[in-house]
Design a protein around this ligand. Structure first.
Ligand SMILES: C[S@@+](CC[C@H](N)C(=O)[O-])C[C@H]1O[C@@H](n2cnc3c(N)ncnc32)[C@H](O)[C@@H]1O
Length: 297
């Protein structure tokens, strides 16, 4: 069995620059993951504080070890970033100086077969980032109507072959439930014409897996909520920094930031900033990263 790869934080220098960490500031990392960005932020704090959230309790365990030497200034909480309001209320914190959202999944999650997030590894069709949540990808794949599956594959995956894939899923599940990642990959492969598959630069299951993950974890709505609530909890002059990895996320961030600038709730916005070619060569996952930042008026 292959061991999960170690997650490398992307664009650390750019994140620090965008957050302009103050030694006495209060920062919220909404996606603490393996704690890479959080370490970089915490090491710049003196009397300040960092609150790290993750909806995956396993990620928090890793972060706790990674951030051990900064335990005096770091508070880790198992929560969805859409609930950052409640978390700050419970900690009696009115406003923060900076918020970071490094969206998506970590390599550790992707490489853990039992999470069902990878189309390369055989595992249960799960895809929950928060394992305390009930709904799994298998629930969606085995119970949604054909037209609902098509909508998810189109809206969240921009999948051209959505209708054929959904039709084959519905046909297959009449015989037996679709339970594993590889069961689904085989159906997808059968649904896309061979010539198209051979020409494509990405794995044929990429878009459907992205779409199901977004749907299972309610990712786009949670992002929208976190942006809205996060901005309200930023102190004047505070910064909101978001790294996105696909166009659906980036579109939401770009639109939200522009609206805030227009409404004078933001003083300035930056981005998209892309990682350097050196970073992309060294960490292939960085290639699709886009950083945007906002300065609260
Ligand atoms: C790309 S990784 C973050 C890596 C982290 N910045 C680091 O340096 O290690 C994304 C993390 O965000 C978490 N996550 C994704 N959506 C979330 C949400 N809505 N609320 C809280 N955590 C979330 C995932 O569980 C994952 O651990």
């Amino acid at each position: 069995m292959e061991l999960p790869r170690v997650h490398q934080p992307v664009m650390v220098t750019e994140v620090l620059e965008a957050l302009a960490v103050k030694p006495d500031g209060i920062y919220l990392d909404g996606t603490v993951g393996s704690g890479g960005h959080a370490r970089a932020i915490a090491s710049r704090l003196r009397t300040g504080m960092l609150i790290g959230l993750d909806c995956d309790p396993n990620a928090l365990e890793v972060a706790r070890v990674q951030l051990q030497e900064f335990a005096d200034r770091v508070t880790l909480v198992h929560a969805n970033f859409a609930q950052l309001d409640r978390v700050l209320d419970e900690l009696n914190i009115r406003s923060v100086d900076g918020i970071l959202l490094d969206l998506g999944v970590s390599l550790t999650q992707l490489d853990t077969a039992e999470r069902g997030l990878s189309f390369r590894l055989e595992g249960p069709l799960d895809m929950r980032l928060d394992p305390t949540q009930e709904l799994t990808a298998a629930d969606l794949v085995n119970s949604l109507a054909e037209h609902e599956l098509i909508k998810i594959f189109r809206d969240y995956g921009e999948e051209r072959w959505a209708a054929r894939i959904a039709k084959n899923i519905v046909r297959e599940r009449r015989a037996h439930p679709i339970e594993t990642t590889i069961d689904l990959v085989k159906i997808i492969e059968r649904s896309i014409p061979a010539a198209v598959r051979y020409r494509s630069r990405i794995h044929p299951a990429t878009r459907v897996f992205q779409a199901l993950r977004i749907a299972v974890n309610n990712e786009l709505e949670n992002l929208q909520t976190a942006l809205t609530v996060g901005l309200e909890r930023l102190a004047p002059g505070g910064r909101l920094v978001v790294i996105s990895f696909h166009s659906l996320e980036d579109r939401i961030v770009k639109r939200f930031f522009r609206e805030q600038l227009k409404a004078s709730r933001a003083e300035q916005i930056w981005g998209p900033v892309r990682p350097s070619s050196e970073e992309c060569a060294q960490n292939p996952r960085a290639r699709s990263a886009k950083l945007r930042a906002l300065l609260r008026a």
